[in-house]
Write a protein that binds this ligand. Structure first.
Ligand code: CTP
Length: 471
């Protein structure tokens, strides 16, 4: 294993530990990622002794180039050197109370330290002391589990999860991120301990959800969350999408699996976390708007608008950012049906201009979402939709090149309308502005100042307005 510890930093830690006469190991995710060939810059070091003392010695040896931070309360220290971030901690034995993730911590051996870890694949250690440099410590056959793509707890999973329920989310996240399987006992223990997720902060849960969202195939994570019963506790709105009802022989698709297909499909084309969130939430308004009509069958009228309105509450509750990122997700959800509706009708310039105006710079993201939304099993239908989409894309480009409405600002401001007609701020000003905007989007006048000014004078007559006399 020595070949994986080539960086000079390991040599320096080795010397420092030997000088202090302490056993010292690289541990956890860094070792796992060596075997998975996922290079990492975060290194965790465990010493059977004081982590702070070792970190101070390492920093001293590295000289000015290193930055040392000591966390006295936690008994840990961090050394930053070049792009590496090394955390030092003393080997620990931990015991947990029922109501908290905060363990009672005592000094312990390496074995104690590995026992308390979440998964066998994370309970691997490489010795750094000179006489055992590169020796792998693998008490729970983590290497075997890595080879077999298995997520398993080192000890009784009920204890591991009850001690720290966040690990249930981590296990599912690793399954999604690495494409691993949850071993049966580990899976069953999540089902038994799921209610314990209640003691975990929303922020930590959101962090794990985001990592699931960013994995290559996020559906793996969401299906596991659903099957273990965690989804119901952490994200009931998404679970509500599940199920397909049939009435009078007419069924509708299961919107949970449809949503996951959209999310996976989209994720093949983008690393944009918030666009992926938009995919997850695009049909979130469907359960609340579902109706059965004898003539029309199943309908979900306005589910996009209802979905848009649900998002702030979901983001607040889940401690996701309620800033422009949320607004972007809302915008994608509201508009997600527009291109598809457009592609089914005759594509008018006016409808294209309106879509460009409303989507602005996010038009390409919206188109990507809409294309992922085509999940029909009928190849003929998919072919037709895709062909229509090509047409919409071509039209979008054509109109944008011609009319530049993508980031369109109405050429006449409210201020100018007020000054021209000597009006106070009132609804008439807003109405005139809107009429000018509509005229441009409908192609009645070009997107130019002079044309807009003439048009403003023209409609002013309808409002019985006259211009202010200049003196
Ligand atoms: N660990 C644990 N239980 C947790 C969190 C972490 O047992 N709830 C242990 C694992 O051994 C893990 C190590 O601490 O490998 C480091 O944790 P962290 O840096 O959070 O995770 P990584 O495994 O490195 O993975 P990632 O960086 O992807 O979160």
């Amino acid at each position: 294993m020595k070949e994986h510890l080539q960086d000079k930093i390991f040599q320096i830690i080795s010397e420092a530990a030997d000088e202090l006469g302490k056993e010292c190991y690289v541990i956890g995710g860094y070792v796992r990622d060596i075997f998975l060939k996922r290079p990492s810059k975060d290194i965790d070091v465990v010493v059977v002794g004081s982590g702070i003392e070792l970190a101070e010695k390492v920093a001293q040896k590295l000289g000015k180039k290193a930055r040392l931070t000591v966390f006295k309360n936690f008994g840990t220290a961090q050394v930053k050197h070049k792009d590496l971030d090394v955390e030092f901690v003393g080997a620990r034995k931990e015991s947990y109370r029922q109501d908290s993730r905060k363990p009672v911590v005592e000094d312990g051996t390496l074995e104690d330290d590995l026992n308390r870890r979440d998964f066998t694949i994370n309970a691997l250690a490489l010795c750094l002391n000179k006489d055992r440099f590169g020796e792998l410590i693998d008490p729970f056959n983590g290497l075997e589990d890595l080879k077999n793509f298995v997520i398993r707890t080192p000890l009784n999973p009920d204890i591991t999860f009850s001690d720290d329920p966040l690990r249930m989310m981590r296990g599912i996240r690793f399954s999604a991120q690495l494409g691993f399987f949850l071993e049966t006992n580990t899976f069953d223990a999540i089902v038994r301990n799921k209610e314990r997720i209640g003691i975990i902060s929303k922020e930590r849960i959101a962090d794990e959800l985001n990592k699931i969202m960013m994995s290559r195939k996020p559906s793996v994570g969401f299906i596991l969350l659903e099957k273990t019963g965690l989804l119901e506790l952490i994200f009931p709105e998404v679970l509500a999408l599940k199920g397909a009802e049939t009435k009078d022989g007419i069924g509708h698709k299961d919107n949970f699996y449809h949503t996951l297909a959209v999310l996976d499909g989209l994720s093949e084309h983008t690393e944009n976390l918030w666009l992926r969130w938009a995919a997850l939430l695009h049909d979130i308004g469907k359960p609340g708007t579902k109706r059965f009509d004898a003539r029309l069958g199943w309908t979900f009228h306005n589910h996009n608008f209802i979905g848009e309105k649900m998002i702030p509450e979901i983001f607040r509750k889940m401690k996701l950012p309620t800033n422009e990122k949320m607004k972007y997700v809302q915008k994608m959800v509201t508009l997600h049906m527009r291109p598809i509706v457009l592609s089914e009708e005759e594509i008018t310039d006016s409808a294209i201009r309106r879509l460009l105006f409303e989507a602005g710079d996010d038009i390409d993201d919206l188109m990507m979402l809409c294309e992922a939304d085509i999940t029909s099993k009928n190849p003929e239908k998919v072919k037709r939709f895709r062909a229509n989409f090509q047409l919409v894309r071509r039209k979008l480009k054509e109109i944008e090149d011609k009319d530049r409405v993508r980031n369109f600002q109405p050429p006449i401001s409210g201020k100018e309308i007020m000054e021209t007609f000597h009006l106070p701020a009132c609804s008439t000003v807003g109405e005139i502005k809107m009429r000018i905007k509509d005229a441009i989007l409908d192609g009645i006048i070009p997107n130019e100042y002079e044309a807009a000014k003439t048009y403003m004078q023209q409609i002013a007559k309808e409002f019985k307005l006259s211009t202010v006399k200049e003196n």
